[in-house]
Design a protein around this ligand. Sequence first.
Ligand SMILES: [Zn+2]
Length: 201
Amino acid sequence: MYCPSCEHRLVAGQDRCDLCGFHMGKLDARYGSQIMAMDQISDTTHFLRIHDRDHLLDSMDAFEVQFPQLYPAIYIAELPAETKLPEFATWLINRARVSVLDELRPSENTYLFVIDLTSRSMTITCGYFAEQFVSENDLRELLEDASPYIAAGDLREGLGKLIENLRLILRRNYRLLLKSMKPGGPLATRDPGKPLMDPTE
Ligand SMILES: [Zn+2]
């Protein structure tokens, strides 16, 4: 996870940036300190049509079959104009609990896509566990591909591309995933009953 103020890399559990002094308390003061319940797709504006939502849920299910320990989640809102999207997304991933996620896949396993309909922009925030498998370049690529669709209001296409491209990136980074599945690796300890499928098959 990166500091939403200066983009300095933070380590798991660190709630204060040692470079710029930014801390989670500032975000709690702005957005609230209560845990927020969230769905796999939280569309607070009801912007998505039902069949578009179903289409995206199907893509997310297919993603989970390949990567059961990782979890994409979507949050769509009309945020106040002064909202700094990276800050809001950092706050959300720290404070949200996705209803279908159990203890084995907390928000640290999540790739959170936040869409702001006010500015027609989006950002991606990764939990500490999920971020090990994507580089900064990967995230930039994902945003560049999807952003024109989001700006045009085509969320089905934009989010569909995001999920599919993330799946391809993770497949490309599969060696890294394999290593972490070995006994003692982070994926091995996470969910032993549900091994990763080989996404290259
Ligand atoms: Zn900072």
